[in-house]
Write a protein that binds this ligand. Sequence first.
Ligand SMILES: Nc1nc2c(ncn2[C@@H]2O[C@H](COP(=O)(O)OP(=O)(O)OP(=O)(O)O)[C@@H](O)[C@H]2O)c(=O)[nH]1
Length: 434
Amino acid sequence: MAAFWPANAVLLGVLVRWPTLARPFAWCAAAIALVSADLLTGGTWAKATHLSAANLVGVAVGYLLFMRLSPEHRTLRSTQSMVYFLLIVTLASLAVGLAGMFINPRLFGGTPVSGLWFWFTSELVDYLVILPVVLTMPAWQRPRLINRRGSVLQGLAARQLLPVCTLLLGALLTKVFNGPGAIAYLVPGLLWCALSYSLFATAVLILISSAWVLMAVSAGQLHFGADFSAPYALQSFRIAIALIVMGPLTVATVMDARNQLLRQWLHAATHDPLTDCLNRSGFADQAASSLSALRGTDRPAAVLMLDIDHFKMVNDRHGHAIGDQVLAATAAQIARSLRSTDLLGRWGGEEFAILLPNCSPEEALQVAQRICGQCAQQRVPLPGTDTLGITVSIGLASFPTTPESLEAALAQADEALYRAKGQGRNRVAVAPPP
Ligand SMILES: Nc1nc2c(ncn2[C@@H]2O[C@H](COP(=O)(O)OP(=O)(O)OP(=O)(O)O)[C@@H](O)[C@H]2O)c(=O)[nH]1
């Protein structure tokens, strides 16, 4: 286990990730667990207490420093996070190294410098390879490995496996051509994984690769042409591992921050900021691709145009801020009546467009009437205790088979909406079949 001691890094990661656990009871439990582990593996009482105290010093330094960072940096979600991460794990490892400087001569008969260097390097590599896994671990979700076709790997394109295959090839080359440079054979695979997979997946692959190398060296299966019994050779090797994993880890962090930015940018480009439903171009694009996917199957579809009645009066009487609240509340109300496959977009002003793919004319009429009724029942709070009610008019164009053109379908629904307004509002008007 001396080759790889995950307890400190796991403990630090858990406390940083879930700070509510960092109560005195948890620290005492961790101390008891560390001492017990040392005693059970044959350590004396003096060794167990000194080693556990040193381990906890590192965890405490790391915890106090990590808690000074924002949650975004703590979970390595920003481009600069790796800089803070490296600084903190270096200082935490240094704290353990200083404890080692004190303990090594007293318990193991070594020199203070070798104690400092040995403990610092071991701790640094353990923190660097284990902590990112705990810090970036996604929130627990019920795994859905088996899909409808019963294949675990369906949807996983073969080319998505290429980065991990390259990593395996690197590991094979390291094993077969076990020379001084062989440790770097893992780097291309790890970098490709960092560019292709999530931050967490990359962190897991880095952990597996590093743990394999460290344990194989300890077991004498890998030697890289080096004499690891020479003074400081093993420590120098551990530092090399720590420095090598920094590269892919930094790339994965930057990629994660970049992907998050791209998602935010895409959302801003396709969504309306007031109602958070699709904007006009976002709706037009997604509705067109949804219809073209449906066209092959020739399933039914329906398009709705919805307009809030006398909305100008709402603005004139209550002001634009209340008008905005009505718009947002109406969009949320409509969204609650739709299925996840339906599309809702703000077409402009107080007008919304809806696409109901795979929906028969009868079902579409029911949906439109339900939306109309629910909007009429909704009350928007006004300052004070008053509330405000609105109604909507809806034009519905239904198609027993997928329509050829979205624009033509929307125009038909718009004509029907015009009739609904003319017939007195707060109603659904159905476009005549084409
Ligand atoms: N508060 C607010 N008002 C908006 C927004 N976009 C458009 N409007 C207002 O919506 C109103 C639309 O008015 P009209 O087109 O005359 O329609 P209407 O009063 O709803 O009447 P009918 O549609 O005939 O029932 C205008 O007063 C616009 O200023 C917005 O984002 N926020």
